[in-house]
Design a protein around this ligand. Structure first.
Ligand SMILES: NC(=O)c1ccc[n+]([C@@H]2O[C@H](COP(=O)([O-])OP(=O)(O)OC[C@H]3O[C@@H](n4cnc5c(N)ncnc54)[C@H](OP(=O)(O)O)[C@@H]3O)[C@@H](O)[C@H]2O)c1
Length: 335
């Protein structure tokens, strides 16, 4: 049965920030190219603009996505459209200093997890410049830094809020203890964590904690890096530095299991005049505590398809069909 609100873009508030955005957000990791086999700037710009045209008002990026590339592309795409979106970016994966905790090596040198006050004050200016804006609506600590107390990080973020450079605070790749420490130190409005039909760890403790504390969850990789788009068949080959190359999550056995899951999802999708990818995304934002779902898109077609998921409302019966099919088909996945 179709919900009477079907066709309206679902919007929600980010924590208690007073900032409202579409429940589906466009993620721009792939648009930065790094770990995704490169990027195409023109296609990326049209993906961002198509999202906005379809009613998406949440765009998530990060300095780490191509060491500034994604932020710069987002900045170009938003010229003349900045007021239409809630813009989220991140801090804490740094290459201008070697303070903090070594995380990985990029072509140009080491990247550290570092959330000291000095770095946050430096990083925000870099992001504002690359994004071509004077305010970041949602500013997120990208990965947690074991060398800096959360109190110090939060003090820097609260200062930026007072200065009007950011409007709300998020934290990503956290534990429940991190979340409690952020809440003790200031106003945490959201966490950003991996969540999808193939990775549901948040259900156990993080989602109940966030519901209790009024903290939003922005789920990332909700399409499981594209595996749940319904379009990764046996012939799909991943090239270059694409993280999916050799990734057990994309094994042939997994692709077969997901294909069987998609057969069940298709029945629900058809009833809504939707695609499987849209149905997967709609399912995600109807899970308890999952307030927003960030989905990557490489071109205008994918962006428009994903955006339309925000207009679908799945019934309890639809959700039960999908959950049963996921339980049946997604056990013992590789990766
Ligand atoms: N905070 C963090 O640490 C963190 C980590 C990961 C992600 N994120 C954020 O979350 C966002 C979303 O996650 P994600 O990009 O990792 O993964 P995702 O959304 O699960 O997958 C994105 C990829 O799936 C494919 N795809 C997307 N829509 C499709 C469609 N309609 N039809 C066919 N293929 C489609 C595209 O790749 P192909 O076309 O190449 O197949 C796209 O790049 C990121 O962009 C980023 O903003 C944050």
């Amino acid at each position: 049965m179709l919900d009477r609100q079907e066709n309206e873009m679902l919007t929600r508030e980010i924590g208690r920030s007073g900032i409202e955005a579409s429940a589906i957000g466009l993620g721009t990791w792939a648009i930065g190219g790094w770990m995704w086999g490169g990027t195409d700037e023109a296609k990326s710009i049209s993906a961002i603009q198509a999202s906005i045209d379809e009613g998406i008002s949440l765009i998530d990026t990060a300095p780490a996505y191509g060491q500034g590339v994604a932020e710069e592309i987002v900045g170009k795409a938003l010229k003349g459209r900045r007021d239409k979106v809630v813009l989220a970016t991140k801090c804490g994966l740094v290459w201008h200093t070697q303070k903090g905790n070594h995380f990985f090596d990029y072509d140009s040198g080491p990247v550290h997890r570092y959330l000291g006050k000095d770095a946050i004050i430096f990083e925000v200016e870099q992001s504002l410049r690359r994004l071509g804006t004077d305010v970041i609506d949602h500013y997120i600590t990208h990965w947690q830094d074991p060398t800096t107390p959360i109190d110090e990080t939060m003090e820097a973020l609260e200062l930026l809020k007072t200065q009007g450079k950011i409007r709300s605070i998020g934290a990503s790749n956290t534990t429940a203890d991190d979340v409690r420490a952020y809440l003790d130190a200031g106003q945490l409005d959201a966490v950003q964590e991996e969540y999808s039909m193939v990775k549901r760890d948040l259900d156990a403790s993080m989602a109940p904690l966030c519901i209790e504390e009024g903290v939003s969850i922005l789920s990332y990789s909700s399409l499981a890096l594209g595996l749940l788009s319904g379009k990764v068949g046996p012939d799909r080959v991943f090239e270059g530095d694409d993280q999916r190359k050799g990734n057990p999550r994309f094994s042939m056995a997994n692709r077969e299991k997901v294909a069987r899951l998609m057969q069940a999802i298709e029945v629900v999708a058809d009833a809504h005049g939707a695609t499987c990818a849209q149905t997967v995304i709609a399912w995600t934002v109807q899970q308890p505590g999952i307030t927003f779902s960030l989905c990557g898109a490489r071109d205008a077609g994918q962006a428009a398809e994903n955006a339309k998921a925000g207009r679908i409302r799945l019934s309890a019966e639809d959700l039960a069909i999908i959950d049963a099919a996921a339980t049946k088909n997604l056990t013992n996945l590789d990766g």
